[in-house]
Design a protein around this ligand. Sequence first.
Ligand code: GLC
Length: 467
Amino acid sequence: MSGSHRAAQRKVNCLMHPDLSPSLPVIPEVCAELWTSAVRVLDANWAGDHTVPSRTLHPHQRSWDTAFTAIGLAYVNQPRAWRDLGSLFAAQWPDGRVPHIAFDPDTPEDAHFPGPRFWNVPAYAGRPALSSTGLVQPPLHALAAWEVYRHAAAHGADAVQQARTELDRLYPRLVAQQEYLGDRRDAGGGGLASIVHPWESGLDDSPAWDEALAAVPANPGPPARAVSGATHPPADTDHARYAGLVLDYQDGGYSDTGLAERHAFVVECPGFNAVTATAELALAQIAGVLGHPSEARRHRERARDVTAAIGRRLWNPETRTFHARDVRTGRLSPAHCVSGLLPLMLPDLEPDRVDGILAELRSERFGLPAPSHDRTAREVDGRRYWRGPVWIDVNWLLRRGLLVHGRRDDAEELRRRLVRLAHRNGHFEYFHPEEGGGLGTSAFSRTAALCLDLLADRSAPAYARAA
Ligand code: GLC
């Protein structure tokens, strides 16, 4: 065995740490305690008309956090789930984009960096100036709306009635969100949405962006200050690049015209686009309930098209997995990141690609739960944001992928490990990939909400394939 292989093997053995160990049954006391603590976190983070991801670290409403949170609220408070989604979509721009942060006007400017003034978003469609950012995040909201609707029946006839009304109201907004991404954000012209900032991926500091980000000038102007309270902030130069990219996009009036020629960071992310295709599948289900069969067909076709484009543009036949593509250079990122595994969520993914992802997932690089970055990579760091830690939310998406492709045993194993991880440590934002300890903020809505779903639901999506 070579030295590097031994080191990798040592790391894989660390998967056997009690927090991350396999196959222990989840006993009822564990379920009850985790359920109660999750509900407590969601109650504490409710801010009147939306949920904040965390009172300390992320005090404003966040786009995909709201979707993850609604998936959990579906079990315990349906009206709040709809209210949360409704508040976020009230911040939707006239062009269809759903901003990655909707600012709470009662929260002081310096409670979070960069605050509303830095983004300098003008007033639009009845919304006051400075009320949101101009970036987006993965469009997980159609899936969330579908999941809330799906669980309404357990809350009685009024909840079903409300769910129908809410779906009706949200559907055109969700469609506009998809159209914005599929049209204005198709900067590469190949049928995929591009992100114009690493923060749009939801996997902010992932090594998937390192190559593309290296070509972005570090802007010396704005203060290179980390998000307030972050325990493992990005390097100062990365922060200066993040700030510079925002200012650049803002200078162009947050317009998406000619992005590939004039913007310094234009990247097609496999995770973001896998969520976009999943949203089309959820919209197909929603359109079915609302009695729009031809729309439902159109959404299914669109899901197939995005899946095919992910296969064409982001698959590396040598690594047999998916990688982010820099639209400006046409190069695929060399990094093996968890975002490259997320196309597993797509039912129309070719079997050979499914096998590639499963092999990568089972390799020494990942394992279950999957860390955010290749365990064997030189630059892996188990404590830094998206550069090594385990996040429950992306593992929840991967579990969905396992269910979609009929891998029920693996999905169940992953479910148990995630439940144990959160129960032993608490509702942390992320977890050390070898030791399992909690990192980041400790009362994180996304983790709490998904624990409720992991405890309550073992069903596979309706469009899942047979094993
Ligand atoms: C971090 C995460 C992002 C999330 C935000 C609020 O920026 O990378 O995914 O939306 O925190 O929780």
